[in-house]
Design a protein around this ligand. Sequence first.
Ligand code: PPE
Length: 304
Amino acid sequence: MVKASKIWMDGRFVDWADANVHIMTHTLHYGLGVFEGIRCYECVDGRSAIFRLPEHTKRLFASAHISQIKIPFTEAEISEASAETVRVNGLKQGYIRPLVYLGAGSMGVYPKDNPVRVAIAAWQWGAYLGEDGLTNGIRVKVSSFSRNHVNSGMTKAKIVGNYVNSILAKREVIAAGFDEALLLDTEGFVSEGSGENIFIIKDGAIKTTSLTSILKGITRDAIIRIAHDKGFVVTEERFTRDELYTADEAFFTGTAAEITPIREVDGRLIGTGKPGPVTKAVQETFFDAVKGKDKSYDDWLWYI
Ligand code: PPE
């Protein structure tokens, strides 16, 4: 990670080196906190734009609502602070990480009087699954760990502790020589990657998983709109791992992962084993959109 110089903490900027928390921070012990991941891109006209900032802020507040955490700032304040964090660090492009957590106070799982604290960091972050992955696709393995059951982890909330599930899966598949993990839900249907939603293409039709056990990805939503604009039919429904094995194309979507083609799953090539035409078309439009090149998606950009 390339360090930036300042981090926003509870309403003011502090130096990167001083952005510390007390060891009795409740979230550190028990995992109840919520966060976002947002990208800022350098546009073709030289300006910088944050991709779908209000939607990310809204999801942060929804995650907090699910977690019964009251954020002591308004959505407008958090959006503005996110933009300001990019500005003060002089970043043309980068990744923004708002984090809401429970500070030191009560111990034990019941956070009786713990203060709600908010931090926003931003840093340079390249291709999450590698430049080669973006271009040529990645090798994926279905993890032996299931995605959190919908009644144990709240999968619509981007809760800190939910990511234990993702880390277990990711470590397992990296150790087995793969690039990314795919998790199935507790009934055995395809759910999502450790930090990505998934799409498959078969005979020109696009399918993505329904909103059951997944995070409602903002990139997923963007791809659905882009695909519709290109005249594709997109269905949202559960599918099985063998439907994925026999797809013509597949790709992951996520803020960090952007649009990453999947070239192999569990040792089986997807289609030709190279990114297919539909994947390449939506990926290209996505990058044109985030960089302000395709003006039909300008409503997604928050210029700073
Ligand atoms: N599912 C999960 C579990 C997930 O964490 C993400 C984002 C997505 C789907 C895609 O959501 P969206 O970014 O709104 O399209 N994962 C974030 C964290 C990655 C990390 O390693 O940190 C991200 O992409 O920013």
